[in-house]
Design a protein around this ligand. Structure first.
Ligand SMILES: *[C@@H]1O[C@H](CO)[C@@H](O)[C@H](O)[C@H]1NC(C)=O
Ligand SMILES: *[C@@H]1O[C@H](CO)[C@@H](O)[C@H](O)[C@H]1NC(C)=O
Ligand SMILES: *[C@@H]1O[C@H](CO)[C@@H](O)[C@H](O)[C@H]1NC(C)=O
Length: 441
């Protein structure tokens, strides 16, 4: 309303003050930008139009779009408005890339006068799928080149990131790893991929016209399974529940299994529960839960993983825990040596031979161990001494209970209790000798 009044005043002023003068352009057509799909409005400001007519012409195609207040072109997206015949607006709805270019505002004076204005049409970025990598599978140490092509106007900038802000490892140059958070450009070239490079990569295209776009490309790095056993010996009390674990790394996801000492492949049932926790795309924690541990559950177990690139196994031993020793001995930092040896005892029954295998693993880094391990350690036994050794072990297990008390007496206590009577005796003898001597004198 206000604008209308002001326009009216200005118009009336010019009309009265310079009615005879020719029309002229009050200002250049402002450069206009519009995002594709929106409405673009071009403005032509004219003074002293009087009875002359204004036309809009598309310069590149030489098309007459509007004349005076009429749309001449058949383009239904066009509209012409004016404000008191001073400001003439060309509206283009649903603007497209083809609308980009120069527009002429012309007045039919003799000779005609005109001026040009530029309409720029912005296009938000989009990913050109045909030229962009899809999810990629490679083997470890291979070279990978991911590409992300984007279109838009102005031409978008493409950059790469990893999901969860993980580092991008571009490969080693000499001894130094080239690690970055972000890579600019259409290509992401990784010279030697490792399993840590596995995961989702995001390419992001931006050109200042919202919205920016991104594409998620999964990189899978294949390698044969690797197993680490954190606890090679698991101690359990009869009747309790034990959990054995293997840390597995593999890609593609391997087939896994747990195998008991008697070569039985274990399955989920009332006795066993097989658990797999995925830590990362290629890191899996394999767990075997054994419920109500009983005598024949003790022994060794194998976790097994297999994919097309290889297979691997890990060993865990379930050992009976002697309950009475736990509290008394658990704080004593013994260094443990466990002989690497297989002990096989065979007992003949009427049906045939049952083999009771006991296996002793490698030395462990854990210094806190069951007392039975400590006493049965240090000596490597020959095959002939197997039975006596087993007897030793059971005997020593029985003596375990008394050890803490005995140990205390025999170390700190013994020296003092011996020393005090000696001193007393010595004093007594000396006193006697002295008194005898004095009596004689
Ligand atoms: C409008 O844009 C064109 C092309 O980008 C440029 O040459 C011209 O100087 C601009 N004019 C104004 C008034 O900004
Ligand atoms: C990345 O690899 C592509 C194709 O393998 C190649 O065209 C491009 O030049 C490489 N870019 C860089 C920065 O090495
Ligand atoms: C645990 O196992 C023993 C035999 O080893 C069995 O007698 C007992 O019933 C079992 N307990 C449970 C809760 O299953």
């Amino acid at each position: 309303m206000e604008a209308f009044i002001i326009d009216f005043i200005i118009n009336s002023f010019f009309f009265t003050a310079s009615a005879a003068s020719e029309p002229y352009f009050a200002e250049p057509i402002p450069n206009t930008t519009a995002t594709v799909g929106r409405e673009a409005i071009l403005k032509c400001t004219i003074e002293n139009l009087d009875t002359f007519k204004v036309a809009w012409i598309k310069v590149d195609t030489q098309t007459l779009l509007t004349l005076d207040t009429h749309v001449i072109s058949r383009d239904r997206r066009l509209k012409i408005t004016n404000s008191n015949k001073r400001q003439w607006y060309l509206h283009i709805k649903d603007v497209s890339v083809l609308d980009r270019g120069y527009y002429m505002c012309q007045i039919n004076t003799e000779p005609m006068i005109s001026q040009d204005g530029f309409l720029d049409v912005m296009v938000p970025p989009s990913i050109v799928e045909a030229d962009t990598s899809t999810d990629t599978v490679v083997e470890e140490r291979a070279k990978v080149s991911l590409r992300c092509s984007a279109s838009g106007y102005p031409p978008p900038q493409v950059s790469w990131r990893r999901e969860k802000s993980k580092d991008i490892n571009l490969g080693s140059v000499g001894n130094t790893k080239n690690i970055v958070q972000r890579v600019e450009g259409e290509y992401l070239n990784l010279t030697q991929v490792t399993r840590e490079d596995m995961g989702a990569y995001l390419c992001i295209a931006k050109n200042g016209v919202p919205p920016s776009v991104s594409k998620r490309i999964l990189l899978q790095v294949n390698f044969s399974p690797k197993i680490k056993v954190a606890n090679q010996m698991v101690y359990a009390v009869g009747g309790s529940e034990a959990v054995l674990g293997c840390n597995l790394e593999a890609s593609p996801r391997p087939l896994t299994s747990w195998i008991r000492h008697d070569d039985v492949v274990l399955i989920n049932n009332h006795k066993f529960e097989i658990i797999e926790k995925e830590e990362d795309s290629y890191k899996i924690i394999m767990q075997l839960k054994i419920r109500n541990v009983s005598d024949n559950d003790f022994g060794h177990y194998k976790c097994l993983a297999k994919n097309t690139f290889g297979d691997k196994e890990g060993f865990v031993r379930l050992i009976e825990q002697i309950t009475t020793t736990t509290t008394a001995m658990s704080t004593i930092p013994y260094r443990v040596f466990i002989p690497i040896q297989r002990v096989v005892t065979e007992s003949h029954t009427s049906e045939g031979t049952t083999i009771d295998k006991k296996e002793y693993g490698a030395p462990t880094t854990n210094s806190l161990r069951d007392e039975s391990q400590v006493v049965s350690s240090e000596k490597q036994l020959g095959p002939g001494k197997v039975e006596s050794r087993l007897e030793d072990e059971t005997q020593q297990r029985r003596t375990v209970d008394q050890r803490p008390k005995n140990a205390k007496k025999s170390t700190s206590g013994s020296n003092k209790s011996f020393l005090v009577p000696c001193l007393v005796l010595y004093a007594a003898v000396s006193f006697n000798l002295i008194s005898n001597y004095l009596l004689r004198v």
